[in-house]
Ligand binder design. Structure first.
Ligand code: UDP
Length: 401
């Protein structure tokens, strides 16, 4: 079981002590987390590691998973798309399904919890039990809600308004027409998990060998789901322009294409664009490929994230944590992750991204210094113990302790 002390080599003993002090007034607090998936997805990833850490500092966390039906998840998938501004088609039945499944799950609520945390929109319907409940209710919005379809937002806002507070990843995501206290907590990576922990040189080499990636040329790496918003075809175009200036190989790796028809199509588009180019490696990753992702990011001369849109780019944080220089488009959360010229290079468009990649391949001193500063930026802001502290501060503020 993960413990706060395990992180002392990274955060130092004073910071660990400061986290324990922040936790002290919350000792014994019952914290109920509710989300809609025990595995898969960023929220489950975070809760898996955050809940044990909360226990280690004296809280009593409990994590429950909403039980939905196929219809319900079809509705919440539509709502999810609506959050991203898609013009979804909605029916009265969909809202009824959401209400009905929420009602069926009301028994999940711990009637004595000091905090009930509803993660994302799927469990938000449970907030009807908030009036009269003794605890503080918090809605944690893990996605960018700015362009949410108005009808979906109007429906969900009534539920969110029954909470005492809402948490967002970025200042600009705060919903102005939701009249509850807002907190901002960007997400974090776990520096001790398989995706980010230190690995030995033989481990790294063995992983690259398994993946069939040769080590003869500097690697330009983008790890992402095959999704148009990650612009894999644009990455290939940028890479081709960059290698006219400096020799390198491109690795585009990502999973999820197997069970996502659109992902499969985007993967195909990337393959067509690459047209059998031997210097471009396009690979599908299994969902358990954490060590492989770790090795690829560590082996990169440049980590790229050429997203068109991004709530918060965890792959950017992962690359920075490994001390690699990052070139990323300054969209969404990436703007607080990649401070241009300090913790990476911000570049928009095929040519600017190409020039930034080439610059880093040619100027290793710049690449090293951006990599070092990127890692420090992550250490201070985007790792699990820092995230835990932000949670504790938020809960202490909510409780008035
Ligand atoms: N990831 C993964 N396998 C893949 C592609 C991505 O495990 O094939 C991980 C990646 O390492 C990161 C997360 O999924 O931890 C993606 O988060 P990000 O915020 O970059 O993008 P999202 O997919 O949430 O839009």
């Amino acid at each position: 079981m993960v413990k706060l002390d395990d992180y002392i080599p990274i955060i130092g003993p004073e910071e660990a002590e400061s986290i324990r002090r922040t936790a002290a007034p919350l000792r014994g607090a019952a914290v109920q987390h509710i989300n809609s998936a025990a595995v898969g997805g960023g929220v489950a990833e975070i809760l898996k590691r955050l809940a044990p850490l909360m226990r280690d500092v004296g809280l009593e966390p409990r994590w429950d998973v909403l039980r939905g039906t196929e219809d319900f998840f079809a509705v919440t998938k539509t709502f999810h798309n609506a959050f991203h501004g898609q013009d979804v088609s909605l029916t009265y039945d969909m809202f009824d399904t959401y209400r009905e499944v929420s009602r069926q799950n009301l028994q999940l609520i711990n009637k004595e919890a000091d905090f009930v945390i509803l993660h994302d929109q799927q469990p938000l319907g449970l907030s009807v039990l908030s009036p009269g409940h003794p605890g503080r209710w918090i809605w944690y919005c893990h996605i960018d809600p700015v362009d949410c379809h108005p009808r979906v937002w109007n429906f969900l806002r009534d539920y969110a308004a029954r909470c005492h507070a809402a948490v967002y990843h970025l200042d600009e995501y705060v919903k102005k027409d939701l009249d509850v206290k807002a907190y901002v907590m960007p997400p974090a990576i776990d520096p001790l998990g398989d995706k980010n922990r230190d690995i030995t040189e033989p481990e790294r080499r063995a992983a690259l060998k398994r993946l069939g990636v040769p080590g003869d040329l500097p690697l330009v790496v983008q790890i992402s789901r095959f999704d148009r918003l990650k612009d894999p075809v644009g990455v290939i175009r940028s890479y081709r322009l960059a290698r006219e200036q400096a020799p390198c190989r491109l690795v585009l790796a990502g999973g999820g294409a197997g069970d996502d028809p659109e992902g499969a199509q985007v993967l195909e588009e990337a393959r067509i664009e690459a047209a059998g180019d031997p210097y471009i490696i396009i690979m599908e990753l299994s969902p358990t490929a954490d060590l492989e992702i770790n090795a690829l990011q560590r082996s990169a001369a440049v980590v790229v994230q050429k997203s068109v849109r991004e709530g918060f780019g965890l792959t950017v944080t992962e690359g920075q944590w490994k001390g690699r220089p990052v070139v990323a488009s300054p969209v969404g959360g990436i703007r607080i992750q990649v401070l241009d010229g300090k913790t990476g290079l911000a570049a928009m468009g095929d040519e600017a991204v190409a020039d930034a990649i080439a610059r880093l391949l040619q100027d290793t001193a710049l690449a090293d210094s951006l990599g070092r500063a990127g890692r420090e930026h992550v250490r201070r802001n985007f790792i699990l113990p820092v995230y835990l502290k932000r949670w504790l501060e938020m809960m202490a503020a909510e409780r008035g302790v």
